[in-house]
Design a protein around this ligand. Sequence first.
Ligand code: PRX
Length: 653
Amino acid sequence: MGHDDPAIEALQQDGVQYPPPPALAAGAVVSDPATWERAAADPIAWWEEQARHLQWDAPWTRALDDDTPPFYRWFTGGQLNVAANCLDRHLAERADRVAFHWEGEPGDRQDITYGQLHARVSRFANALRDMGVERGGRVAIYMGMVPELPIAMLACARIGAAHTVVFGGFSAEALRDRMVDFGATVLVTQDEGWRAGKRVQLKANADAALDGAPGVHHAVVCRRTGGDVAWTEGRDRWFHEVEEAAHPDCPAEPMDAEQMLYALYTSGTTGKPKGIVHTSGGYLTGVAATHRMVFDLHDDDIYWCAADIGWVTGHSYIVYGPLANGATSVMYEGAPGFPEPDRLWEIASRHRVSILYMAPTAIRMFMKWGDEYPARHDLSSIRVLGSVGEPINPEAWEWYRQHIGGGTAPVVDTWWQTETGSIMISPLPGLSTLKPGSASGPLPGISARVVGEDGQEVPRGQGGYLVMDRPWPSMLRTILGDDQRFVDTYWSRFPGMYLAGDGCRVDADGDFWLLGRIDDVMNVSGHRLSTIEVESALVDHPSVAEAAVVGRKDPITGEAIAAFVILRDGVHGDEGLIATLRDHVATQIGPIAKPASIVLTPDLPKTRSGKIMRRLLRDVSEHRQLGDVTTLANEEVVAEIAREAASGQHQDD
Ligand code: PRX
């Protein structure tokens, strides 16, 4: 773990620090500095206190069941309905309050109130029942950012069916694999989506995926663009038709706290994505509490999480957290720079957005586009800014605070994962003194540590493995259908501790600095991809004999995918083939997985046991001095690859 980031060192030495703005501190949701201590004194009681913010149909009999670690259960015996918590319980006081100010990419708009959302969810829940989905059922969702996406998710929650949302940028193959692994019987999709003025062929991809997923009997298609789509009679139905035909009343039934709410697939270190399982009571407790505290949510806030619901950020902080808290959110369908680079700022100023949450990769892109775009709009309503998905470099942090936050809004750098369900390490904006690039520390009720190879806590200032040494309510319960992989991946390296897979360093003040992944997982624009997934996609092409993939540093996307490919004998490699291979990966996984560069090489650097030395390839990709090559079986190949990489036999978008 020899991470030494000069930028971090420099800033720590500079001692740049921002205390909370006094006005914010005075009225903050969490304003008592003793909160961390109080939660640490009795974490279970702390989480019980948070759970009581929800509406329970039956109280829990046991807050934490830790009889069979690592299979922890929370609030056992308790019953609640997630959709009722997100909708019904707000109706008495805020039926007419806007839940989503939705905006389509072409400029069409809808304000959807809690009352309207409740009505649409109830009908769609009945429509799902009409298609045979019951409690414990499984529904896959493959859509763009349209209102029908949260409606479909909440409809599942209402009847106790689990959903898996597959990001609309994923390919047909990725969708098929997830539907099959999940055991979906119904797919909810859309004719086409809008992205940067282009139409994304969701239904066509869904059709291809459904060919290989015979267990899916119904496809419900939301009409968005009105584009022509193929139709399979008996299987395909229009969303608006089934919604209209369904009975309007669907009383929310109490569900077990441990009822599966959803599984969301994420990349691990093998080629097969993992279905991360989240349940109801603990998950909702975690997302609602953190959404309220980390963003300092007040009743008059207009909140905008500019992520995609297809990722966990959208699940927790567009859908479940904000709705459980009765918040008013902005939801935007399209690309951030369409039709002009100031699209987001125009929307933010029109709605007087006060809390904004996005990924560093987006922030860096806005920086590159130029200060003039946010400057065109009145962003004075913004009072809290959030960052998520990857380490935020101090320059981007400062720019965000200055140009979007008016030089005063605190930036909360929130560290968490699909697995953790909710934010784990983050400042609290009314209390924390911020250091650009640091995520401050574990939230109240969370116990995180940095340990060395031996599992012992490392001294302050030294890097190590980030672990959680106590369970928390929104934690993943297992990997769908693979308890053993759950145990092996997260709980075996250090017994009794959850291994996050990230490197971290705690400074002298106790502040956490996240250092990126310690495994073969890449983070491209805040999206998680494993090197092996991309390698498998490349090797799937008939021209390819072998492939190695690494993530190299990129100023905008954080990491970019660099691929090294050995062609089969007799195949001629040229720019055309490289383009074909890049497209092939996009078809196999999705456009996000397209390698930024492909180097064709006659050989790959391997250890004597045959393991590809990714570290060396990373050095080559980042044009660094090559590290130690003495354990290499085929030493000469590295120089050759370096020559080829340098000679420009690669292609960037
Ligand atoms: O490496 C960490 C990085 O993103 C990984 C989790 O990815 P995913 O499950 O897709 O969830 C992303 C959204 C929660 C982590 O293992 N990561 C996430 N947030 C941060 C981060 N790295 C540094 N700083 C963060 N704030």
